[in-house]
Design a binder for this molecule. Sequence first.
Ligand code: HEC
Length: 160
Amino acid sequence: MKILVALMLLFVIAQFFSPKKNQSGLYAIDQFFVETEAPTEVKKILSQACFDCHSDQTTYPWYNSVTPVNYWLNSHVNGGKSHFDVSKWSTYSIKRKAHKLEELVEQVEQDKMPLASYKWTHKGANLSSDQIEALVDWAQTEIFAYGLVKSNLFISTDED
Ligand code: HEC
């Protein structure tokens, strides 16, 4: 009984602690969309299924107000951003951009992204085969475009 009370107390105290929210606005995402010429459909899919963990703008579920769930969600956001962060897109080299889009194709085609645990809680993140095709088509066009920029067939103002 004492242990139970102690655990409950600990839980109550824990509620005073929470990680900083990952919400720095939509500007960088818009820049990413413009640069990669994302069609409306692609914008919608990425925003619904990916950007909670791959941008600086996370939409949090209500249970993010519960510690320690928020720390667990935060670790996914940080893990996702460390591999692929569209809010940092402007800091990536052209080579890295193309490589990230190649990884995106791989992850989506192999059904590794979005994370399974995310799909259980976000209906809109269960991608249909049409949505996967739209993502892959767009990414491949952009990989090709970055390849052209890199081989200097296009004159680019993008210097790295
Ligand atoms: C719930 C958080 C979450 C969501 C939603 C999510 N990802 Fe991820 N993503 C991660 C994490 C965490 C990693 C790091 C690798 C790992 O743990 O598997 C990652 C890694 C990646 C990588 C890099 C893989 C590599 O080889 O470095 C790509 C690309 C990616 N995700 C694309 C996507 C796309 C596209 C979507 C949407 C269709 C998406 N992710 C949705 C969390 C997420």
